[in-house]
Write a protein that binds this ligand. Structure first.
Ligand SMILES: [Zn+2]
Length: 466
């Protein structure tokens, strides 16, 4: 089956064909964080989906170049800095830093570029694009001195969101708070704004609108046309609709081949919000004792186009699922090392996992196959029937699978006090002091660690399901 994706633009599953003539190089643009506060787990659901997309494309032999922008100037970032009483750059710097920490914890591959909107060369690019749009009659400066995109002059406006423009009431000039636009749907390209956070432009001092930031950074780094553009479904309108209008208004070329959008994250069946007390950042979950890979698994396991309901039960299931993978790997490695003799079954991996992901990144099906394979091989291992060659083949298969999932347990050094207890227990076992060994096992247990005795000696790991 060919690789295919659901394109928001056509509302259809489409076979994937890159623009590049060799068919191997792909450009991806992903809307990144607005750095006015710490990102929440709903944001990370989208970033993990994009990570899965990139890693699967790489598994399939594509060379991916990905850009993720950082929105470091807009209404929210300016408000945030004002409220904190610090300069904008100082405010956004701390949240950028936090964002990079969080993506590392979640094992999200870094984009090739993280352009920031306030970078002078992108500001210049934005001004250049706005000037072109004005010269083509696609934009105008209003009485409030801001520059707006004239949506009535762009016939395709609304195509991405499948949005009927007549729904936006246009009764000539609409007075709308401080705005003075021709059409209520016209969006700001340049906001007149006389403040220390601002740039000079042919239209006076001001700052860019959020949408033009992405059009400028995407085309500056990836060119006029890109293969895949991703974001959350809340980005479809107006943000991505506006990106299309601005970019195509300037270049006259089709901007994006495939639009992929990730559905919402709910918490206990409700929209996440600070007032409901169900609003979580990554540090909130780490404080509760969950690890980065457990959170990664929990946010990844549902198909990206289906809403994901985040629950504590789901987090514990993630922990149990990972423990199953860990145990399976220990057993496979023991068998592959040839420490157990009698072998009868030759059981080789297949392509089910990858093929599930080829089908619009069907991760739920792919994980279903993974656990089915684990069950089957475990059954053969229980009966001492899996041969060494098969065990090695399954470990190689796991290497491929884990290249996409990135769920293998990190072999981090044990904390010093745990290492001390583990060492004391190993000594007790050597001395055949079983009582002491059991006491130390209980002691480890009480601290959230588990000691298991394997053929390779004692293994101490974080306790699952605790
Ligand atoms: Zn964007």
């Amino acid at each position: 089956m060919p690789l295919r994706f659901f394109n928001t633009y056509s509302r259809q599953l489409e076979d994937f064909e890159p623009r590049d003539a060799t068919g191997r190089k792909i450009d991806i643009y992903t809307c990144g964080p607005t750095v006015y506060s710490r990102a929440h787990i709903g944001n990370f659901r989208a970033y993990i989906f994009e990570d899965l997309l990139q890693r699967h494309l790489e598994l399939r032999g594509y060379k991916v170049r990905r850009v993720m922008n950082i929105t470091d100037v807009d209404d929210k970032t300016i408000r945030g800095a004002r409220e904190a009483g610090i300069p904008l750059t100082e405010s956004t710097a701390q949240f950028k830093e936090a964002f990079f920490q969080d993506i590392e914890t979640l094992r999200i591959k870094r984009a090739d570029e993280f352009p920031a909107a306030t970078d002078q060369r992108y500001i210049e690019k934005m001004i250049e694009m706005i000037a072109t749009l004005i010269s083509r009659g696609l934009a105008y400066q209003a009485e409030d001195k801001s520059v707006y995109f004239r949506i009535n002059k762009f016939p395709n406006y609304g195509k991405l969101a499948h949005f009927d423009l007549t729904q936006l009431q246009s009764t000539g000039r609409v007075k709308h708070d401080e705005y003075d636009k021709e059409h209520i749907g016209d969006f700001a390209l340049w906001k007149a704004w006389d403040d220390d956070v601002g740039w000079e432009s042919p239209w006076g001092r001001g700052r860019p609108g959020w949408h033009i930031e992405c059009s400028a950074m995407a085309t500056a780094l990836l060119g006029d046309q890109i293969d895949i553009h991703c974001g959350g479904i809340d980005n479809i309108f107006p943000h991505h609709e506006a990106e299309i209008a601005q970019t195509e208004g300037v270049t006259g070329k089709k901007f994006v081949r495939y639009w992929l959008h990730c559905a919402h994250l709910l918490v206990d069946g409700q929209k996440m919000s600070k007032s409901l007390g169900n609003f979580y950042t990554l540090p909130n979950l780490l404080e509760k004792g969950y690890t980065g890979r457990e959170i990664r698994y929990a946010l990844m396991r549902v198909h990206y186009r289906a809403p994901l309901n985040f629950t504590w039960e789901g987090m514990n299931e993630a922990r149990e699922s990972l423990a199953r993978i860990d145990d399976w790997l220990v057993r496979l490695r023991e068998t592959a090392a040839g420490k157990i003799d009698k072998r009868e079954i030759d059981m080789q991996p297949d392509q089910d996992f990858e093929e599930a992901l080829d089908d619009d990144l069907n991760i739920s099906a792919a994980l279903g196959f993974l656990f089915e394979k684990i069950r089957e091989t475990n059954r053969a291992l229980d009966r001492n029937e899996l041969d060494t060659g098969s065990a090695k083949a399954w470990l190689n298969w796991w290497e491929r699978v884990n290249g996409v999932l990135v769920l293998e347990e990190e072999i981090a050094p044990l904390p010093p006090e745990i290492a001390k207890l583990a060492e004391a227990r190993a000594q007790a076992r050597l001395a055949k002091d079983w009582r002491k060994s059991d006491e130390l096992r209980d002691e480890l247990n009480a601290r959230g660690w588990e000691a298991r005795d394997t053929k390779d000696g004692q293994k101490v790991t974080r306790r699952a399901g605790g």
